[in-house]
Write a protein that binds this ligand. Sequence first.
Ligand code: SF4
Length: 209
Amino acid sequence: MNTEQLQVDRIQEKTKALGPGCRAVVWFHGCSRGCPGCIAAEMNRSEEFESCTPQQLADRICALEGIEGITLSGGEPMDQPAGALAEFLRQIRARTGLSVMVYTGYLLDELKPMPGKPEILGMIDILVDGPYRQELDHGELWRGSSNQTIHMLSDRYAVLADGLPMRKGRPVEFDILQSGVLRFTGIPPRDFRKKLEAELNKKQFDIHW
Ligand code: SF4
């Protein structure tokens, strides 16, 4: 059993904003890449994250109902310990029929020679790769910017591949938590935060990112 820890910022149990169908999303904590304009920058710097073993994370995902897959984002999933990430995905594959989609700032060709990464890549159905580039952010479906590529690493969603790079429109879902916190899921449009802040300021809301 792998006892290395995975660092998790947040789990969303259901969303239709990040990938095909209804999915759970795991946002991992931390990213070494530092893309200008990164919307997860505060989350990556925050000290509020949870450490869990691959087994613990897999147990939480396996208990969810009504989802067809999981999406791993961050932060940078590929900066997590490779052995722990692989063990988590092995358990998901062995215990469920869930599909796996992963966002990474690395390029697929950069990942292939890295230790432990080929096994991880072999358990992923959809990989969205490449750094976020603000100036190429034109509202591409499932991507932050047009330099990123959606790789179908398995046949599971091959039927969706046709025309996918040309598709625009990115859903963003909002939740209001019991604590009153407004939370969004999805890849927001460029300048989303600035515009949201301006609108909320007009209505005299306090904003804490
Ligand atoms: S790879 Fe993703 S999380 Fe990391 S800095 Fe770039 S946009 Fe942000």
